[in-house]
Design a protein around this ligand. Sequence first.
Ligand code: MF3
Ligand code: CO
Length: 247
Amino acid sequence: MITIKTESEIDALREPCAIVRDTLAYVGSLVKPGVSTEELDKAAERYIRMRGAEPSCLGYCGYPASICASVNEEVVHGIPGERILREGDIISVDLCAYKNGFHGDGARTFAVGKVSEENKKLIRVTEECFFEAVKNLRAGTPLYDIGAAVQAHAEENGFSVVREYVGHGIGREMHEDPSVPNFGKRGTGIRLKAGMVLCIEPMILAGARGVRVLGDGWTAVTQDGKCAAHYENTVVIREEGVEILTL
Ligand code: MF3
Ligand code: CO
């Protein structure tokens, strides 16, 4: 069931979304060679709680951490641990915060020190995919125009899109309808309505399509071992455009 949020519900959503935005920026400031992904997780958890919110991911379906920290070939849902970041790595950080009865959700991919031109491009194109997707978005837009825009921009740049994981609605639950794929055919799908709140989250692969999940049951990695990037914001559909809550 797709929920349409009232203006007062959207106001309640602003705070968890602002906390997500600020936590991502804070975590980004800590990313450097020699730091473990576990340290980033602990710092994020402390910060989210300091702002009076809860880390929605912690305990979600048994997930053991407050953030997802996916390094290089890890696509999404990397479990923070002892892995130490090294110069040249890229790390995708995805996190959610719960406050005022609502969840906010966002992700960024950060470079660790100096990274290759290919990885710089991957990070840039993944962000661009998000902005391509929201550029013409408003009430009445067919849902799969989002994925069509993401896919077109990724593939034009020689990258591929993840099929196994998708964006989603959000609100009182972290995952609500509808699913928001990063691929699809323009002009198809339900028509978006004002007051829908969506997480639009391009997950882009430098190499070929195809991901698999590691033995920990969470970490999704590329089949070909090439790098992946992730960029996500929580977005309100408006009559004349979108409002991005996690920027
Ligand atoms: N932002 C992630 C998502 O949209 C949240 C995953 S939390 C986890 O799926 F607990 F499932 F890892
Ligand atoms: Co999400």
